[in-house]
Design a protein around this ligand. Structure first.
Ligand code: VG1
Ligand code: CO
Length: 542
């Protein structure tokens, strides 16, 4: 039986950088998830009889919302739901399933790298038929609908058994529980030279992958240990837990500290990596060297042709605006297009669909390619491994050679988390008000060349996205970017991105914060970070 349930709208269901993210108790309010899911369906057209993919990162409240989403899909007229066994699908795997099975779209339940648990974070995101996050046109429509919604439709049916693969039926709609790993592992085998990587492991190359008790565990176990033959125990924390073991499943030097220490030790393995809550981010650490995500993007772009899936070369590269310019130098040398987009993977979709770019990346540990329409943590790890297997050099040697060839972009991001929203908004407003006066001004030895509030003009659909971050560019290529996070769930998070280009190989060994010290001071001088936020230091430095 299909029920139409009356409801009252919530005013706060505005999707951010990557879907709607809130604390679990917010999602547990009456009809909160139902309202949002119905708002998604109400914003779409033409899905009757079509396939919807549903899966999540396994965090607390995942299973409950999956049951709701399945029953609502049935009541709204979808013909089929594909759902990962146990309710599990990593974000890139979900993107792949949507594409491979020609689904109409997908609902991904995740709050990514944010902590999980009864009082922590949850999220819902809609992806379109190309497998990528819904563009702003759709997320704006979903938000508008959520503010007016007065009823939702749901099948009055028993819960689906998510733990057994196979097909069940609800109100004429089939629900197929699929192996969450199989399609994804098959895709990776098509892209990379598994035999070469297997041979490298066989030769004693040591890898350690920290799944951070999040969704990539089953994927990494199957691919790195079972298919590529790395010794059992190479994949750490491989059981997805609803609260990620109480940690932040955020693969950075703060939350993946143990991996970092392992990789800096005398007897370190050859290669260390980690992924985040939903499997779309990656952390790459070689023996005694951390590879910044912006550098990793540039290095993967420069070496991608060594992997079978990219042997014909790249059509172009895209990076989010705050990501360092390291990849730009690679694009220039390869003579291919370079695109600068706002933060968030949804802006890469059109460029990938139009084959303007093959590889994309963000400074926030996201790298990916045209194989899916999401960033993909394990993909980046496997591409690194493929490059290492072919070049037979260490990570540190590859990094040093890259810097010697292209110069080094010293780069760091300083996050001020959970600051007072009014203070953060005031800081950004005052920065915007200063923009016209900054060019020509000098701070220490650095002169501002241009300053603006980044606006993106999508070359494919011609849409314009404004207010995407304040950029201050200095003569000589140094840069400071300020923006507010669109993924937080309490207060505001100020992100300050700092970059300096150093062409001279004799100066490639400076500690990053030292190399950027003058710019860090200038950022505070221009924006008044300390006085406005009341913070002496960033909460997280990456
Ligand atoms: C952050 C990152 C951004 C990334 C987004 C989603 O957004 O900066 O680069 O695309 O998270 O990643 P924001 O608005 O907080 O800066 V994930 O792995 O959280 O889905
Ligand atoms: Co993520």
């Amino acid at each position: 039986m299909i029920k139409t349930v009356s409801t009252t709208p919530y005013s706060d269901q505005k999707p951010g950088t990557s879907g709607l993210r809130k604390k679990v108790p917010v999602f547990q309010q009456q009809n909160y998830a139902e309202n949002f899911i119905q708002s998604i369906f109400d914003s779409l057209e033409g899905f009757a009889g079509q396939t919807l993919v549903i899966g999540g990162d396994g965090r607390y409240y995942n299973r409950e919302v999956i049951q709701i989403a399945i029953k609502m899909a049935a009541a709204n007229g979808f013909g089929q739901v594909l759902v990962g066994r146990g309710g599990i699908l990593s974000t890139p795997a979900a993107s792949n399933v949507i594409r491979k099975h020609k689904a109409f779209g997908g609902i991904i339940l995740s709050a990514s790298h944010n902590p999980g648990g009864p009082t922590e974070d949850f999220g819902i995101k809609y992806n379109i038929g190309n497998g990528g996050p819904a563009p702003e046109k759709i997320t704006d429509a979903i938000f508008a609908r959520s503010k007016a919604i007065d009823s939702y439709r749901i099948a009055d049916a028993a819960d689906v058994n998510l733990d057994i693969e196979g097909t069940q039926t609800i109100e004429g709609m089939t629900v197929t529980v699929i192996d969450p790993v199989a399609d994804y592992a098959e895709l990776m085998e098509q892209l990379f030279d598994f035999a070469a990587i297997r041979a490298m492991f066989g030769g004693g190359f040591r890898v350690v992958f920290d799944a951070m008790s999040a969704v990539t565990g089953p994927y990494a176990k199957e691919i790195i240990e079972n298919r590529l033959g790395a010794p059992k125990g190479s994949v750490l924390n491989f059981m997805p837990l609803p609260d990620f073991g109480g940690h932040h499943p955020d693969p950075n030097l703060v939350h993946a500290r143990a991996l970092y220490e392992t990789m800096m030790a005398d007897d370190a393995p050859d290669f260390g990596a980690a992924s985040d809550g939903d499997g779309d981010r990656n952390l790459i650490i070689g023996r005694s060297i951390f590879v910044t995500p912006s550098d990793s993007l540039a290095m993967l772009a420069a070496n991608a042709h060594l992997a079978p899936g990219y042997a014909k070369g790249l059509s172009g590269i895209a990076r989010s605006m705050p990501t360092s310019g390291a990849a730009d130098r690679v694009a220039e040398k390869l003579g291919i297009g370079m695109y600068e987009t706002p933060t968030g993977w949804k802006f890469f979709g059109n460029l990938l669909d139009a084959d303007k770019v093959t590889i994309c990346g963000e400074e926030s540990a996201g790298t990916g390619s045209n194989h899916v329409r999401e960033k993909d943590g394990l993909w980046a790890v496997l591409l690194w491994l493929n490059v290492l297997a072919v070049r037979k050099e260490s990570v540190i040697d590859i990094v040093r050679e890259h810097w010697a060839t292209y110069g080094r972009n010293y780069y760091s991001r300083h996050d001020y988390e959970e600051v007072d929203s009014a203070a953060a908004n005031g800081l950004m407003a005052d920065l915007r008000a200063q923009l016209a006066d900054l060019p020509g001004k000098s701070f220490g030895g650095l002169t501002v060349e241009t300053a603006d509030d980044f606006a993106y003009h999508d070359p494919i659909d011609k849409s314009v996205s404004e207010h995407q971050g304040v950029r201050i560019l200095f003569a000589g290529g140094s840069r400071i970017v300020f923006r507010l996070s669109g993924t937080g769930t309490s207060g505001a998070t100020l992100r300050v991105y700092i970059e300096r280009y150093e062409p001279d190989a004799a100066r490639h060994d400076v500690e990053t914060q030292t190399a950027l010290a003058d710019l860090i001071a200038i950022a505070d001088e221009i924006a008044g970070i300390k006085s406005r936020t009341g913070r002496d230091a960033p909460s997280v430095i990456t």
